[in-house]
Design a protein around this ligand. Sequence first.
Ligand code: AGP
Length: 594
Amino acid sequence: MCGIVGYIGEKKAQPILLNCLSKLEYRGYDSCGIALSASGIEVHKDIVRVKALTRALPTLDGMAGIGHTRWATHGEPSKLNAHPQCDCKGRIAVVHNGVINNFQKLRDQLTEEGHNLTSQTDTEVIPHLIEKYYNGDFEKAVGLALSDIEGSYTMIALMADEPRLIAARKDSPLIIGIGDRENYIASDVPALLDYTSRVIYLEDGDVAVVTADTVEVKQNGAGIIREEHKILWSVEDAQKGGYEHFMLKEIHEQPKVIRDTLAEYISAAEPAADLTGDDGSSMDDMLVLACGTSYHAGLIGKYIIEGLVNVPVRVELADEFNYSGHVSARNKAIVITQSGETIDALKSIRKLKEAGCQVIAITNVVGSTASRIVDRTIYTRAGPEISVAATKTFIAQLIALYWLALPYSRVDIGRLDDLVLEIRQLPVKVQQVLDNEAAIADCARQLAGFENVFFIGKGINYPVALEGALKLKEISYIHAEGYAAGELKHGPFALLGDKTPVVAVVAQDNTCEPMVTSIKEIKARKSPVLALVGEENETMEGLADSVITLPQIDPLFSPVVNSVALQLLAYYVARERGCPVDFPRNLAKSVTVE
Ligand code: AGP
């Protein structure tokens, strides 16, 4: 959740650290801070965004330093709880991402031993433990401190008069960026794009000793070689490129994302994954696990796979599955996670692997933890997604699911040919939705004054309604609920009325007629209705209060165009309400703690 960075080299560390932090802000933005090593350790931190901290700081010395952008777990967002956290003498500074489970015990012990811990954070025990164990050997002291800690502790430590940074990875990502007589450490690739494309992905349990000229990685005290990789994302990928928000830029990138993702799958020599059973026949049962928006992609995947391949698909929230889900070695499983680092998704992969299941990950991040612990990875080619609200990675996940199912499709060859032609048309169809942006923004203005909104859909567009509601609530703070259209009358009807609009996703398939019936029932309760319909669908005329018209498309692919329209709708509602679109309150992009 938090973002951490480190720099050591021949340049002044301050502007580099602050720039890297600004690229990691999507991981947490409750507060931020940096520590620099010059003559002693100097720490600057506050409950502000990185831009404000940058403006507030004088020019500081130091060619080694660490930085942090926080998503609070232990202790409210405050200056005292912001990172870096230091030891008693202020000679050791630590930035940390994770949760230390035994921190209270360690804190009590340290306090008894005379250490003065002043924050409410779990992190603060780390610099104090290093201080306790320091006997002239910084690396040894860090090793001993880490061996006392239970929980997750991806962190970087900096010590006065020490020409090295010591980093450790446990349960959340950490990468080393290799430069020329300088090296970098960061939670994620976007932080480093301005400086280097050469990276080393650390593994769980790795400790890295990083100087300006060297990177030494160890596991259990023994040196280990970690391969160097080249980052393929460009600097522009992680910039706003003239758009007001990353979210809007990312929505507009979707035709290209679909094209890039499809191009990769089409050019591949073999299907993205094997959807047959062990004996080559069709599979018995498929399990799909994910969280949040990725879960909604999984639910749409159920309709895609069951519809095309005729295999039963069970979709579960990863966190719920971790506590109750049944699994056997006969299941094949797909875990969908754009970041590849969501703790609940990773736990579910480990549970599946322990049961002997074959696991496929669908992820957007090369080298992510998920990609390293599954049997097979299907990459989406969405490029870095900075806005906390997932948009282009969701659409890319849908493309991956279509492409996964199409080679195993049981539909007749004529229909299959049509589907393949249609999927190739998706970039054009999505562009048509984007070209209709002004009309969608008008509908958004009508919606922005309400405090409760229902989204309804049916069949493959039911999860689209769930995703539309999630998008709206997370960035506009309007209470929104997604419902299967037929369910609304089993309770939520009590909430209908002229103050509760309903957004209805109407597809041109066998769900159209019952959707019309549902909308008539809703209208009878005076709720304003905004309907999304294909351009040849006339059923909403004289029925819905407003309509977003979408390009005509095979119903199987309608979730793509409908979701893009709902992304724009949520974006313009949030903008109308003056919300911080890219950085919604209390959220972080990558949820690496439970
Ligand atoms: C979506 O807009 C959210 N940011 C969130 O629901 C997200 O999809 C969820 O946390 C899962 O993330 P993942 O795909 O990286 O695992």
